[in-house]
Design a protein around this ligand. Structure first.
Ligand code: NAP
Length: 232
């Protein structure tokens, strides 16, 4: 534990999102005397640079997180994780109770359907898979852990975008892999959708700005989006 930890304001941000990165830089600028630590799960091999301190990897459940909070004299925990990162958010609630640390929840609100959106709303990833029409060309905008579920759709061409090259080949029979982060404008996402002759997008209702450009691009092109809701 740093010698001055006892008296110093110490904020731990549970991160892994663009919003968390922005928050870290705002807090570093606003609180020059404070320790601002961002925690990453450690899944992305080369995460974007962050202001303040960074720690990486799981804590070891509720107890591990509670110990970390106590050992580092954390004065506030901010949950700015992705809204579908349910386990760490649940752990944060319990760990803060155990350690007596205030918790601030800053996870995103879901996107709301706009005029012109053609959403097929489903509750589960399985329902999303089954809602894809035969011979569709689908932008599968999901985390790598969910891709295997779509392997049974050998009649569909999938385009999968990933930040890192997967360690093992994707299980999908017919697919193209696009390496990179989501485009930050509808124009960029429109180019991708057109270049791959995409007919449908499958994604989860994550909320936030960072991955909304594809939704706007789909609206402009009149493409259906198979949208998995939050209550999954
Ligand atoms: P999750 O299912 O809620 O968490 C699984 C385990 O991973 C947690 O129990 C924890 O391990 C560890 N973990 C998760 N987030 C962590 C963090 N920020 N710092 C330290 N440990 C963390 O999480 P997930 O859905 O796999 O997401 C992992 C991370 O990726 C999150 O930080 C999230 O913000 C980011 N992310 C997720 C998604 C998504 O679609 N789920 C999308 C974009 C970014 P221990 O129990 O050992 O502490």
């Amino acid at each position: 534990m740093p010698a001055d930890s006892q008296s110093r304001e110490t904020i731990l941000i549970l991160g892994g999102t663009a919003e968390a990165a922005k928050l870290a830089s705002q807090l570093v600028a606003a609180k020059p005397g404070a320790r601002i630590i961002t925690s990453l799960a450690g899944r992305t091999r080369e995460p974007a640079p962050l202001e303040g301190e960074v720690r990486s990897g799981g804590f070891g459940g509720v107890e591990g997180l509670a110990s970390y909070l106590q050992e580092n004299c954390v004065t506030r925990l901010i949950d700015a994780t992705h809204p579908f990162a349910r386990q760490i958010s649940a752990n944060a609630i319990d760990a803060c109770k155990l350690a007596g640390v205030p918790l601030e929840i800053r996870t995103r609100t879901p996107w709301v359907r706009q005029q012109g959106d053609n959403w097929i709303e489903v509750e589960t990833l399985e329902q999303a898979r089954d809602a894809i029409p035969p011979r569709a060309r689908v932008l599968l905008a999901l985390g790598s852990q969910h891709i295997g579920l779509f392997a049974s759709r050998d009649d569909v061409h999938f385009v999968v975008r990933m930040i890192d090259l997967p360690e093992t080949p994707l299980e999908l029979p017919d697919h193209a892999l696009v390496l990179g982060r989501p485009g930050d404008s509808a124009a960029v996402e429109t180019l991708l959708l057109i270049a791959h002759s995409i007919s449908h997008i499958v994604c989860r209702n994550s909320g936030g700005k960072a991955s909304y450009a594809k939704i706007e691009a789909a609206r402009q092109l009149g493409l259906p989006v198979i949208m998995v809701g939050r209550e999954v």
